[in-house]
Design a protein around this ligand. Sequence first.
Ligand code: CU
Length: 171
Amino acid sequence: MKKLTLIVGVLALVVTSCGDTQKEKPATAPESMVKKEAEAAKPDVPAEEVTVTIKANDQMKYDLTEIKVPVNSKVTLTLVNEGKMPKEAMGHNFVLLKKGTDVADFAMRAIEAGIAKEHIPSGTETIAYTKLTGGGESVTITFDAPAKGSYDFICSFPGHWGMMKGKLVVG
Ligand code: CU
């Protein structure tokens, strides 16, 4: 018997490795999360909030004749009527008037407006005003300070403005 020599041919397998050419992403830094709002912020600053309390009494007087507030402020004003008399007899309000208002004329028309309209005549002379208060009442209003300057305020109840008046000074 012939011995068969088996020649085993070994096939070398050439493994071709495919070039794993994963593209490297450029190493850019992530977008900055820093908000840029600060740079883009509007130049106007938030309004400063100011609180004012003014008292009125049965002697037909305010306790303040001058109120100072900063420019660009938001004013919260409380009128405290410390009197005891009813508003029909001794009502008080706080009426802030625009510049150039003829106060005597305004006061005259306030009388004509009557108590039903709380002695606020129709028109555009007011910057802000409270309702009419009787003794023991108080009322709060909020308004934006007008432009720098000085403004008249009065109580528009009939006959009061001669005694009950003052200046709001913005500046
Ligand atoms: Cu008054």
